[in-house]
Design a protein around this ligand. Sequence first.
Ligand code: AMP
Length: 189
Amino acid sequence: MLNIVIFGAPGSGKGTQSEKIIAGYGLNHISTGDVLRSEISRQTDLGKVADSYISKGQLVPDQLIIDILESVLDGQKDSKGVIFDGFPRTTPQAIALKEMLEKRGTGISAVIALEVDEAELIERLLERGKISGRSDDNLETIQKRLDVYRNQTSPLIDYYKSKDLYNGILGMGTIEEIFNRIKQVIDKL
Ligand code: AMP
């Protein structure tokens, strides 16, 4: 199986590039943010809990998101592989992902990290906020999400480097240029 973690700060283009990887390589996509937003729009109990964190730019608690991921994975048996988009975001989540995949006889093939300057991240998220209707695409929440990324998520860079899985690529330029850089990584796997 080809299991890819697409990694990067909010606004780095994970969702956009995931779509291109899915189209190009026939992988399944799991975006934990999309799963949570769907729960919110259906006003489920889980959605109500998730909204209270997302609208403040905070992470949903690890155990909650790990349980969600496990049940989504179970619903996607027989896939050629999965793109994990927005997960893991903390070290406990990374450890849980490794264990979940091992239990299923597989593992992470590569982590592809989209590296983008902070000024550009803010500009992209503000632009997206004009059309996305997302409660977290406003300047105050964007700043908070970038802090959360720096403090809780960026330690995973060293975690995956130490496991020789990390592939940093320049996440700036056109969507096509960035996708070509991603293809160079995937085609070597
Ligand atoms: P995203 O669509 O990936 O930018 O995620 C939007 C929001 O959903 C994040 O700011 C978090 O509040 C929540 N979220 C998504 N994925 C996770 C995760 N793996 N762990 C905790 N919270 C998450």
